[in-house]
Design a protein around this ligand. Sequence first.
Ligand SMILES: [Zn+2]
Length: 279
Amino acid sequence: MVLLTTSKETPLKSPIRPRLLIGAAVLPLAIGAAVLQLGSASATETTKEKPQPTSAQSLVIGSKDTPQPQDMESFLTAVTKDVDTYWTKVFKDSDLPEPRATYSWIPAGQTAASACGDGTSDLGDSAAAYCPGDDTIYISEKFATDIFDGALNSSLPGSSQGYGKTYGDFAVAYIVAHEYGHQVQNELGLDQRYGGSVPTMAFELQADCYAGNWAKSASDQGRLENGDEQEALDAALAVGDFNTQQPGHHGTPEQREDAWKTGFDSGDPSSCDQYMQAG
Ligand SMILES: [Zn+2]
């Protein structure tokens, strides 16, 4: 496993576009300060839309005997390491060099300078992106917290139209695993191979599928609890969009849910090849 946090140097700006979680680059953020209580079903009530927790919904990081992360920054890091462990094994089993993942968690109210930044602070409080230019996963801690407590349901493209919702730790884990999926694509050279020939949606659905692969491995290890799988499916629905005519279309709610489910049900990364071929 090679896992690095970003260096503090500001990378050169370039026109390379980030691979965002959500098709719409600008996301109107819902208001509502949240008290983060990971692994708890009692996050502070902040919005009317917030769904009621169904049951215990805690992804176990490592094993049940090890201390679990208690804040969003450490949760994001722990999930990234968990996903990295999965892909490191997948790559090793395929005689590929181990993946090299870099991540940067953006504190609330701050922006990150990235090779994908274009000066409009698009890597700020609404960021969940992978930047191929500097090979780094960027996720805003505020965004992740708002996903965790459902504060964004009225502003996400799918959930605002009644498709899914975001709530709980596994919704956040889905996002981390999706962004890592773009990292996997980069490692496999898929950007170069398919970037000019398949639509954005192909990369996005494949990243959702890869996120499902990792979730299946965690499930097989007995580290998911009731409700986790549904949290990911609901989150995939929630981030789907309807801009089917736009080049930046990421997939409809149903397509994104289906892609995650394809990866989960198969537990096999090769099941995710179909998205590139579909282009
Ligand atoms: Zn994406």
